[in-house]
Design a protein around this ligand. Structure first.
Ligand SMILES: Cc1ncc(COP(=O)(O)O)c(C=O)c1O
Length: 394
């Protein structure tokens, strides 16, 4: 188990705040998710990594790594220009300049899939692809949410809800000469992104587990039926992507799945502590410096207010990691420029670092230009984040 004194020594002398990735811990996570995915190829979700060097590290870690799931066409274009290939843009875009840049890379021979769930998405790509005289590969985003009478279990993303709607969209797309449907993606967010072992909510955890158990066969049936129906209608579907860090075990069992996505599970941001099915290691976070000591048992640090996106709730705050026994102040949380902490132990003095973990993996990198990589409790090197490379896509 990582000790505060090890990290304090490893990072001694650095200006704070800074962000780090512990390569020993990340290696353990790589091995864990590989084992969970068994024989199924893994696509790396770049939104949960946001560092070119770390993406390279992950891709090089195993032959099981399939390629990158990007979150913006401008990002895909940039990664392709840096030598990456096999890029699935997971979210439809109507940004003409960004689509154009990605299509330039297609013209250079890169394999890039563009996500669609409305005819307009396909038409926008068709228009640009025609000018370049390329054929763009499309992937259809299938909605995986489930509407119960009194509960919507899932997220609001795709318009395509079942096999019939997928085939109807395919028939419209088929008429566009410069695009071709080659993939299906269904992201079961309510399984993959929803913790079911959250401390302090025993009853809610039981309900979520039951809801997940009921939903999994429905998800499998919808995704499988859709892929088979599209093939029956004439589509040459060769990529079927599903899941995320939290759903690997169930996603890989589906017969038509060709790959599963994993992103957050490599850094293991703290929301991914809360799953019954697996335990990943904390591999990334940030350090802030104790600068003030307003009263006994309370210390105040500079920085720290790096709150995650999504519904506003305490779970989205960064989580104190090391030393153990630190907690945030319930009135102040993590502050814009100062974060008070409650701590009764003996390990913290003025000037010391306090290590936190972000709730979400990739968002950590939107706060820092660099990540310090440590191995064996020594700094191995420093790599840039997307932000450090001057790339902010959203
Ligand atoms: C389309 C899609 N696939 C997969 C994922 C899973 O990513 P992660 O493994 O980082 O949770 C996400 C996360 O939001 C997603 O939007």
């Amino acid at each position: 188990m990582t000790q505060y004194s090890d990290y304090k020594q490893a990072f001694a002398g650095l200006s704070m705040p800074f962000a780090w990735v512990d390569l020993d811990q990340m290696d353990r996570n790589i091995a864990l998710h590989q084992k969970r995915a068994r024989h199924v190829p893994i696509r790396i979700a770049s939104k949960s990594i946001r560092s070119v060097e770390i993406l390279r590290y992950l891709l090089d870690a195993s032959a099981q790594m399939q390629g990158i799931m990007c979150y913006h066409p401008a990002e895909a274009a940039w990664l392709a220009s840096l030598g990456f290939d096999d890029l699935l843009i997971a979210y439809p875009s109507l940004d003409t300049a960004a689509l154009d840049a990605a299509l330039d890379q297609v013209a250079k021979g890169k394999t890039i899939y563009f996500m669609v769930d409305l005819l307009e998405h396909a038409q926008a790509i068709q228009k640009l692809a025609q000018v370049k005289q390329v054929r763009a590969l499309l992937c259809l985003d299938l909605d995986m949410s489930i509407q119960y009478p009194a509960l919507y279990f899932g997220v609001h993303r795709s318009r395509v809800r079942n096999a019939e709607e997928a085939v109807a969209l395919y028939r419209q797309i088929r008429g566009l000469p410069n695009v071709v449907l080659k993939g299906v993606m269904g992201y079961e967010a309510q399984i993959a992104g929803l913790g079911d072992a959250v401390p302090g909510q025993f009853v809610k955890n039981q309900i979520i587990r039951q809801l997940k158990k009921n939903a999994i066969p429905k998800i499998e049936s919808r995704r499988t039926r859709t892929v088979l129906a599209l093939r029956e209608a004439g589509a040459d579907i060769r990529l079927v992507n599903g899941g995320g860090t939290g759903s690997v075990e169930s996603t890989i069992l589906e017969p038509t799945i060709t790959e599963v996505t994993v992103g957050s599970g490599y850094y293991c941001s703290h929301l991914f502590d809360n799953y019954q099915a697996f335990t990943a290691q904390p591999a990334a976070g940030f350090a802030v410096q104790v600068t003030r000591h307003p009263r006994t048992g309370v210390l105040t640090c500079n920085g720290g207010g790096y709150v995650a996106s999504g519904v506003a709730e305490p779970l989205k705050l960064p989580k104190p990691y090391l030393p153990r026994g630190v907690r945030l102040d319930s009135n102040e949380g993590a502050g814009e420029v100062q974060t008070p902490i409650h701590y009764r132990g003996s390990e913290l003095q003025s000037g010391d670092p306090v290590f936190f973990r972000h709730a979400k993996a990739g968002e950590l990198c939107e706060r820092f230009n660099f990540l310090y990589l440590i191995r064996g409790n020594n700094i191995e090197r420093e790599v840039s984040t997307y932000r450090g490379d001057g790339k902010v896509f959203m």
